[in-house]
Design a protein around this ligand. Structure first.
Ligand code: NDP
Ligand code: MG
Length: 386
């Protein structure tokens, strides 16, 4: 029986994780969870999982109200609360389904405590990949990815000797504006950007898919997870999101991971610690192969990928700057304060304007995140005075 702490239970990955925990009720006990603002989800989660003893919510006033309703449960709140709940909950597995930088400290803490970390929060690896790699190399914690491309690569690498592999191909749908020219995107609305063609996901990752910053993040994520050279990792455009990633082998053949786009599949793989006996739904995947589309990635059409990979190559705190500026810009776009194409501009100016730190500690990354948020907010005010 695995005792599980789920961070981000009210989100897209979080709610699908609850489905998997329910499906394998004999194997898992949910001992704690977190939500942010959506505290109205707490009663129904508690009704479905009465084993919960620890809960973290975004605001302190919500924690105080809930404590009155549920006196036997320990409540925490805010960023500090996320770190405390990882330290205090009696669990052996932490599922990190938070979005954004808020996920980094809980990931680091979970690994420091030797937990199994099932990681959806890609920002943890983008910002703190070096720290996390170090903890994995030296400590007793372990990490299993949840992102669908990385689960696909994880599976493929486990079956293929490294010396047979020529390239890792990370597939990309191209997001909601894939059929539009870059020039036509200056006045697009958040509603249009949120209409992803193949996946239903949280708002931030859906915008990151439209800029393809998400794919830049995923190449970085793959680098930290699999220690595979960046030059031998390629983005492959694939419209249907059926091929989750592939390997090109030295003998000229390909091996690919193919299934319907449903995040329950990679979440189950991670939670079951790779030991999955799927009841395959009878999708006629192979006889549909002829209708799948693949294409070359166009770096000029999607400059966010170049920004991400440039930051990764620069090293130090550059990816923390990249991520924080992107978060501020994405939410400003969702709130209609800036245009879609401003997102990349703001990230680019933050990468130039925020001080570089060569070997950042966790505290340096937290400081960089704060400084960059301030820089990006000022940049937004400068470009779009209210
Ligand atoms: P959602 O926005 O749907 O959910 C995010 C969760 O994090 C919610 O529970 C939210 O709480 C909580 N949260 C957000 N900010 C904070 C904060 N500052 N403090 C505490 N809690 C917070 O996101 P997704 O589920 O889509 O994505 C989660 C992660 O998984 C992201 O890193 C994403 O890139 C990655 N991912 C997602 C995929 C998907 O299919 N959705 C696919 C692959 C990766 P609340 O809503 O209550 O405020
Ligand atoms: Mg992905």
């Amino acid at each position: 029986m695995r005792k599980v702490l789920l961070l981000g239970a009210s989100g897209s990955i979080g709610s699908q994780t609850l489905d998997i925990l329910k499906k394998h009720g004999k194997r898992f006990e949910l001992v704690g969870f977190s939500v942010g603002k959506r505290v109205e989800t707490v009663p129904s989660i508690l009704a479905a999982f009465p084993s919960v003893k620890w809960i973290c919510v975004g605001a302190r006033c919500d924690a105080e109200k809930l404590k009155i309703a549920y006196p036997c449960i320990s409540f925490y709140s805010g960023d500090e609360g996320l770190s405390e709940i990882v330290g205090n909950a009696d669990c052996d597995m932490v599922v990190n389904a938070l979005v954004g930088f808020a996920g980094l400290v809980p990931s680091v803490k979970a690994l420091r405590l030797g937990k199994i970390l099932c990681l959806a929060n890609k920002e943890s690896l983008v910002v703190g990949g070096s720290l996390i790699r170090d903890l994995l190399n030296k400590g007793s914690g372990s990490l299993i990815p949840i992102d669908s491309e990385h689960v696909a690569i994880d599976k493929l690498l486990s079956r293929t000797p490294r010396d047979q592999i020529e390239k890792i191909l990370i597939t990309a749908s191209g997001g909601s504006f894939r059929d539009r020219t870059r020039e036509s995107l200056s006045n697009v609305t958040p509603e249009e950007a949120l209409a992803h063609p193949t996946w239903s996901m949280g708002a931030k990752i859906t915008i990151d898919s439209a800029t393809m910053m998400n794919k830049g993040f995923e190449v970085i994520e793959a680098k930290w997870l699999f220690d595979y050279p960046l030059e031998e990792t390629e983005i492959l455009m694939h419209r249907e999101s059926m091929v989750h990633s592939a390997l090109r082998l030295q003998d000229g053949t390909f091996v690919a991971d193919v299934s319907t786009p449903d995040m329950h599949v990679p979440i189950e793989y991670a939670l079951m610690e790779r030991d999955v006996d799927f009841e395959l739904k009878h999708v006629h995947v192979l006889n549909e192969l002829g209708s799948y589309h693949f294409g070359e990635f166009d770096s000029e059409r999607y400059p966010a990928v170049g920004l991400a990979l440039g930051a990764f190559k620069r090293g130090g705190n550059a990816c923390a700057i990249l991520n924080a500026a992107n978060e501020i810009a994405v939410y400003a776009f969702l709130e209609k304060k800036i245009g879609f194409l401003d997102i990349e501009e703001i990230v680019s100016s933050a990468l130039e304007g925020v001080p570089f730190v060569q070997n950042p500690s966790l505290d340096d990354l937290i400081l960089t995140d704060l400084r960059t948020r301030q820089f990006a907010n000022e940049e937004i005010c400068r470009r779009h005075p209210q």
